[in-house]
Design a protein around this ligand. Structure first.
Ligand code: NFS
Length: 641
């Protein structure tokens, strides 16, 4: 599947061809060279958790059915999934922890490069933590909020506070199911403990704890990352920009920021406008400094500064293939080590900045928040310096870019639907109740070479909006949607059903709403909580006509995200199944029985249009249960009778 580029945007196709012509290895080649991939691993039947192994279970039932310790397919597969949740929840939450430290620094360190940019959000978060704000110095409040957020990681008793943003009924259910998260670090450590040799062998018990750990991510670590980033870097508001490799500029110093955390990239975006640096760039013969982003770091600074998106995770090497990138600076997560080899084929400098993420062959320039501006300047200086090493003959920038609107939030997103009722979710709930909107879908997550290049995202999203389902998107799905023009308001006229189109026309929004990076999936959770609070659509998330999907998921973070959406009551469908198809019992539990416990469940479907139909059928089922009016307009997709 890897080299099938039928659905790929033109810029990607151009660069993939260039890589092939120049014999430069990129992700698609490495994916091909891995075929056939290990069947035991794909089915979740391989265990390496102790050194009596590795063990593998025979999926055909003829060979061994238990590992050396006696763990069977159910236990092994469940443990593997649990460890994926731990990895994902850890990545998101550690990001949140770093942001909390930065907030503490902004509140207390003298001459700090960071400041409190959104006092309203600060006060809102202070209320969640039960902190007094009236008449207090804003920095004192910020310090208290930062400490309260940091305590969420290491609480030794009681429940986490941030999940109290969920609807009351949902919180009650978590308590009944004994999965209310207690502390981020504790839940993640407990996964590692339970999945150690000879501890938890009950697959359902392991999965229930995985939900608890995932909830500590979604309603905890990720939510802290989002909320505190808003405080530090300001809450996004809808903003215009552009996407795809064509945003790189032939006559500018091109710097790509890649990774996830906004702490450095936000400062780079600001410092890049510094007149002294611009003068230095001009001295070197460049017209200016052009910053563009890859992955979720890109989403973070797109939303707040309008910095253009160079591309999704799958395009990180393709961006270097343009020969026009002076420097790529990375922080953490989703950074292919393969970048280092591609960079060597050009003049590009690859710079790692996090002590947690070094790459052999890259230059390491460690980032410290207390010297943020100085380090950002140093990085940009390196890029400027490198401009003169460019080989004009090696430059090939695809011309393609697409316009977009991004930067919606749970505070702004559906107020926009409101017109005169701006500050409530009423118009959104009413549109669903009246049948102008069928419901909402969150389509999120990675791009994966194991499916046809980005087909999963595009086909699914188009099918959903064609059927009057507004799509909220984050992460690499958002970037892919941007490249394909789905984040333009005009996309409503080209692709949306009549009801959704009418709403988009009235308010001037696209049918696909960019809510940010992957930690910003917490904005989706918050939006769901707000819709429930607005009333008229039941009293819990599991009653809402909504569904979630990650058609091309690949990271452990996606597994954590899926798990916390399921545990929040959302039907969640992914493309390739989780690596657990070797356990029939676990499969039945995750795709069926789990719904009795938490109201949400997993599903998998490789065909993105069929997957969209499954989501629509689920949405219709929820509409029916709520006794909502039939849809106002003729639907493209005929629901089952
Ligand atoms: Ni999410 Fe963002 Fe992209 Fe996937 Fe990676 S960048 S955190 S994990 S690949 S969407």
């Amino acid at each position: 599947m890897a080299k099938n580029l039928t659905y790929a945007d033109k810029a990607s196709r151009e660069m993939v061809k260039r890589a092939a012509a120049e014999n430069i290895e990129i992700i698609l080649d490495r994916y091909e060279s891995m075929q056939p991939q290990c069947g035991f691993g794909s089915l979740g039947l391989c265990c390496r958790n102790c050194s009596m192994g590795p063990c593998r279970i025979d999926p055909l039932g003829e060979g061994p059915q238990a590992g050396v310790c006696g763990a069977n397919a159910d236990t092994i597969a469940a443990r593997n999934i649990a460890r994926m949740v731990a990895g994902g929840a850890a990545a998101h939450s550690d990001h949140g922890r770093d942001i909390a430290h930065t907030l503490l620094m902004a509140a207390e360190a003298p001459n700090c490069d960071y400041e409190i940019k959104d006092e309203e959000k600060l006060k809102a978060v202070a209320r969640v933590y039960g902190l007094e704000t009236a008449g207090r110095d804003i920095k004192a409040v910020a310090a208290d909020v930062a400490r309260a957020a940091l305590a969420e990681f290491g609480n030794y008793e009681g429940e986490m506070k941030m999940p109290s943003c969920a609807p009351e009924a949902r919180q009650q259910l978590w308590r009944e199911q004994n999965i209310y998260p207690r502390a981020v670090d504790r839940e993640i450590v407990e996964i590692m403990h339970r999945t150690h040799i000879g501890v938890d062998a009950d697959y359902k018990n392991i999965m229930r704890h995985s939900m608890r750990a995932a909830l500590s991510d979604g309603w905890g670590g990720s939510m802290i990352a989002t909320e505190l980033s808003d405080i530090l870097f300001r809450s996004p508001v809808p903003i215009r920009s552009r996407a795809n490799l064509g945003v790189l500029e032939k006559d500018h110093v091109n710097v790509i920021v890649h990774g996830h955390e906004p702490t450095l990239s936000d400062v780079i975006a600001v410092v890049s406008r510094d007149p002294a640096l611009l003068d230095r760039a001009k001295e070197k013969g460049a017209k200016g400094i052009n910053i563009a982003g890859i992955c979720c770091t890109a989403n973070e600074i797109l939303m707040r500064h309008g910095i253009p998106l160079a591309g999704s995770v799958l395009q990180q090497e393709l961006a270097l293939m343009t020969g026009a990138v002076e420097l790529m600076v990375v922080d953490v997560q989703c950074i292919y080590p393969g970048l280092s080899e591609v960079a060597k084929c050009f003049h590009t400098r690859l710079v790692t900045t996090s002590p947690k993420a070094k790459i052999p062959g890259a230059m390491h320039l460690e980032f410290h928040e207390d010297k943020a501006k100085a380090i950002a300047t140093q990085i940009l200086d390196l890029a400027i310096e490198n401009f003169s090493k460019r080989k004009t003959s090696r430059i090939h920038i695809p011309r393609d870019t697409e316009r977009l609107v991004a930067g919606f939030t749970s505070e702004s997103v559906f107020r926009w639907l409101g017109g005169k009722y701006r500050s409530t979710y009423r118009p959104l709930n009413d549109a669903v109740i009246a049948g102008r909107l069928r419901g909402a879908a969150g389509v999120i997550g990675c791009s994966n070479p194991n499916v046809e290049y980005e087909k999963g995202h595009i086909e699914m999203v188009k099918e959903l909006i064609r059927n009057d389902t507004v799509v909220v998107t984050t992460g690499c799905n958002a970037i892919t949607c941007a490249k394909h023009g789905l984040l333009r308001p005009e996309a409503a006229f080209e692709y949306a059903g009549e009801g959704l189109r009418e709403i988009c026309r009235a308010v001037g929004i696209p049918p696909v709403l960019h809510l940010g990076s992957c930690v910003d999936n917490s904005r989706i959770l918050m939006t769901l909580a707000n819709v429930v609070a607005e009333g008229g659509l039941g009293d819990d998330i599991s009653q809402l006509p909504v569904a979630g999907a990650a058609p091309e998921w690949m990271s452990e973070k996606a597994v954590s995200i899926g798990m916390y959406f399921v545990a929040s009551g959302v039907y969640t469908i992914i493309g390739h199944p989780l690596p657990m198809m070797g356990s029939r019992n676990l499969h039945r539990y995750l795709t069926d029985e789990i719904e009795q416990e938490v109201g949400g469940k997993w599903d998998w479907e490789l065909d993105p249009v069929e997957a969209a139909h499954k989501m629509l059928r689920h949405i219709d089922k929820k509409r029916k249960a709520l006794k909502l009016k039939p849809m106002m307009y003729k639907q493209a997709f005929e629901p089952e009778a």
